[in-house]
Each structure stands twice: as C-alpha cells, then as structure tokens.
Design a protein around this ligand. Sequence first.
Ligand code: ATP
Ligand code: MG
Length: 283
Amino acid sequence: MALIELQDVSKLYGFGDATTLALDEVNLTIEKGEFVAVMGPSGCGKSTLMNIIGLLDRPSHGKYRLQAKSVETLRPNQSAKLRRDTIGFIFQSYNLVPRLNVLDNVALPLMYKGVNVTNRIKQASAMLERVGIQEREYFMPNQLSGGQLQCAAIARALINNPKLIVADEPTGNLDSESSRLVMELLADIHKNGNTVIFVTHNPELTRYATRVVYMHDGSIIHDEKTVIGRVASTAKKVAEKSLTSDEEHLLAGVSTMMKTFPTKDSESKTKSRKKPLKGKKKS
Ligand SMILES: Nc1ncnc2c1ncn2[C@@H]1O[C@H](COP(=O)(O)OP(=O)(O)OP(=O)(O)O)[C@@H](O)[C@H]1O
Ligand SMILES: [Mg+2]
C-alpha cells in the first residue's frame, strides 16, 4: 500500500484572468520509507505540492489518497486530526512561536493533543536531547542561531511521532554546516523507518535522498531513484551543465534554478503565472 497517491492533482489559485495553475495534473506515488527530494525553479509548485501532501491545502481537481484514505471525503476536523497524527512539518522560516521558550514550542503539539503538562515537558525535553539542543531548552527563539532554530522546529515536528515528515526548504536559510546537521537529522528520521519529503534548491543535498522529483511549471518533468551518499545523476548533470540536448530541453527550468539558488523571497515567486487551463473547470 502506497503511503501517498496523487492522481491527476491540479491546484488553481485565484479566478478569471488572474488564475494561476500551480499544479497541473500531477501524478505521484510515494511508498512508505522513501526519502524524496523535490527540486525545481521558484514558482514551479513545490510548496503547493507540499501543502497538499501535508493536508494544509486541498487539490482543486484530482484525487489524493494518504494511507489509502481518500482525503477529499474527510471533513475539516478529520483532516486536521489525520494531519496532527500522521504528518510533521518543517518550514524554511522555522515557524516557532516567538513568545514561547524552545521547550514550550516543542511541547505545543502535545498540548493540542491533551497530554498533561508533566508528560509534555518530559517528552519535549527528550526530543530536544535527540536533536542535540537540550541545553537550549529555556532559551527564547530569538536567542538561537538559525541551525538551532531549525533543530527545535524538527523536534516539534517529531513530537507526535509522525510517519511522514514534510520539509519545505528546511535548509533554505542555513549555512552549509547547519544544513548538514539538519539533513543528518532527517536522515536519522528516515533510518527509523519514516517517510521524508523535502524541497531543496541545492543539488548537493540529493545525496541524502533515495529519489529525486524534478518539477517545472506545475508538472513533474523527471523522477529518478537515487543512491544515498551520491548526488542524483540528473542534478549533477544539471549543475555541471553536461546534459544532452533532449535532457537540456526537458530540464531547462531546473538548470536555471540551480544557477540562481533563489530563496522564498525571490522576485519570481510573487509573479502570477498564467497558463491555459486545458479546458478544465475553474474553481
Ligand atoms: N495563495 C496563493 N495565491 C495565488 N497564487 C499562489 C498562491 N500560492 C502560490 N501561488 C502561485 O502558485 C505558483 C506556485 O507557487 P509555489 O509557492 O508552490 O512555488 P514554489 O515552487 O514553492 O516556489 P519557491 O521555490 O519560490 O518556494 C506560483 O506561481 C505562485 O505565485
Ligand atoms: Mg516554495
């Protein structure tokens, strides 16, 4: 049984002339235990895909089955419960609550679950030890480095013991040493039998993955299985620009992305891309 099954999933934003087709009939199956890197230029739909997989957003068209359950049929509270119990999120901007210390941030999901305060603190502290920043548990988020903040965010994502980790550019704001640390933590989570999906602009980080999915203009244009410890062959070719003309054409967007390493705030992100809707009903 696949953990994730997307069938002809499209996502439209806006309406009328300002409609953006962020995902265009995406088909993607991810098995339990995969470690998937998602790559592609700014605005190609990576975050939209992560948000749909992570039940933060719904497809406009198409089917999504998570653990063989059709997500479309879930009521909002059922969807929220499934998300809380199954998925851990990691964002580029950490998303910690600034007025809570690190320990309380990590313990927060347990509060929503109704765990008593003693157990919350105990579990959160153990999780901070696991990610290597227990000595910072009473620090406020603004007293931590980017790498430490991301470790705290990972601890919070793991506190409910989720089967699936969805990480949208987890190393996007980090230097190379902190990026390595964060990726080692994700690799650890993967080794424990969990499924990890992460977005990256950095071809080097495909070393951690077992599979790399390349996106362009809302579609998956290439999907390759990879060997842990090696940079994915397509990512490497794109970085070295040693593509054949066919590959060059196919991966033109990915190639552009790797030259620029854009961030979330990059200008192209805010531009609305308009595409013909292939006769589909707008929603
Ligand atoms: N809430 C929204 N309303 C309207 N358009 C949106 C919204 N969110 C995303 N978009 C548009 O959908 C497209 C895909 O955006 P998305 O954020 O998924 O791209 P991305 O691949 O994650 O980019 P980046 O690498 O910059 O993070 C873009 O054209 C974007 O402008
Ligand atoms: Mg994004």
